[in-house]
Design a protein around this ligand. Structure first.
Ligand code: KG4
Ligand code: ZN
Length: 338
């Protein structure tokens, strides 16, 4: 079964063709990061307009790279929620239009579930269920129990900033470009733990939830001085900046890892599937492997499936269609009511 996957929830216009939920024939990602870098974050109206410009060329490129004709497609799968409303409308309108014009069934996929699925589709091995899912992206920091390939039950989330968002905001405070994650990771390599103290955020009565806004404010005061504002000048020297980047990522990742392992222990789950843009961070990957007990397996997505992409949308859409999940069997006009 050939599935066309369309992703436009934020600032990537991404389209892929995937066979039977796993075999990636093409995975075209047009990133708008440069367009938004001047703003230090995604500018929703600009993102919507750029999706309009890029959607049709990206669909054409994905079909050409897969070497197939649209008549060979069996299904269109689109990221239907959550996301920025304008960008979501661009992708779902394109998907609805093509579904109608080409007379191909359409399925809607939850973007965050698809990030968890990206780690599942990255492996040849059959997945273990039930297992734990962790998404660390620019918009979400969520923990799930994966009951089966189509059922992702949320058990925890960030009550304020997502982890990627916190990386981007801390990067902005340190005058690093957007998206900030890779720049913080690079700067952190020059720093060390010890000279700077930071505390992770606590969420009362929610052991599997996260909070990063307090950590971000602690960083603000260290970078610019107590009771300063984001526009105040930096008071750190280069080595203090590096130590701060190192300590910030260490504290944030340790907090996430501990809570994830607590959930794995309490629910007796032995496999953890990790997804989202922040999962590209090598320090995170090494730290998780170091802290976790040997009885727990970690599953990471392939590099090209970490950030927003159409392949994970096509992949999970295949399973929704195959299992005839009622929730996802949407008529084109109902797509946004998912
Ligand atoms: O999953 P994603 O591409 O988009 C969303 O669905 O949000 O995640 C983007 C986020 C950005 O906040 C970016 O700074 C972060 O992923 N990111 C990283 C790294 N690479 C990307 N964060 C930490 N370390 C990285 N190496
Ligand atoms: Zn995402």
């Amino acid at each position: 079964m050939y599935v066309l996957g369309i992703e436009s929830t934020c600032d990537e216009t991404a389209v892929a063709v995937v066979e039977d939920g796993k075999n990636i024939l093409s995975n075209v990602i047009y990133s708008q990061a440069e367009l938004h870098s001047a703003f230090g974050g995604v500018y929703p109206e600009l993102a919507s307009r750029e999706h309009i410009n890029q959607m049709i060329p990206t669909i054409k490129k994905a079909l050409a790279e897969a070497g197939i004709n649209h008549k060979q497609l069996d299904l269109i799968s689109v990221a239907a929620s959550p996301g920025l409303i304008g960008p979501l409308l661009m992708g779902t309108t394109a998907a609805r239009t093509l579904s109608y014009a080409w007379d191909i069934p359409l399925v809607g996929v939850n973007h965050i579930d698809a990030h968890v699925y990206s780690a599942i589709m990255s492996e040849e091995k059959k997945p273990h269920f039930p297992s734990l899912g962790l998404v660390v992206s620019g918009g979400h920091t969520n923990l799930y129990i994966i009951e089966n390939i189509n059922t992702y039950k949320p058990i925890g989330h960030s009550v304020d900033d997502a982890l990627g968002e916190a990386f981007d905001k801390v990067a902005k405070l340190l005058d690093l470009p957007y998206p900030g994650g890779p720049h913080i990771e690079a700067l952190a390599k020059k720093g060390t733990l010890g000279p700077i103290q930071l505390k992770p955020g606590k969420v009362k009565k929610a052991p599997y939830s996260f909070s990063f806004s307090g950590l971000k404010t602690e960083v603000l005061y260290l970078v610019k001085g107590q009771n300063s504002s984001p526009k105040s000048p930096t008071i750190l020297d280069p080595s203090q900046r590096a130590n701060l980047a190192h300590t910030f990522q260490h504290v944030a990742f340790t907090d996430i890892i501990k809570k994830t392992l607590l959930a794995a222990n309490n629910f007796n789950l032995k496999s953890i599937y990790i997804g989202g843009g922040v999962s590209q961070n090598n320090y995170f990957n090494n730290l998780f492997s170091k802290i976790k007990p040997s009885s727990i397996d970690l599953h990471w997505p392939k590099k090209e499936l970490c950030s927003d992409n159409g392949a994970m949308i096509a992949g999970l859409g295949f399973h929704h269609q195959k299992e005839k999940c009622k929730d996802f069997q949407v008529k084109p006009t109902k797509i946004l009511s998912l």
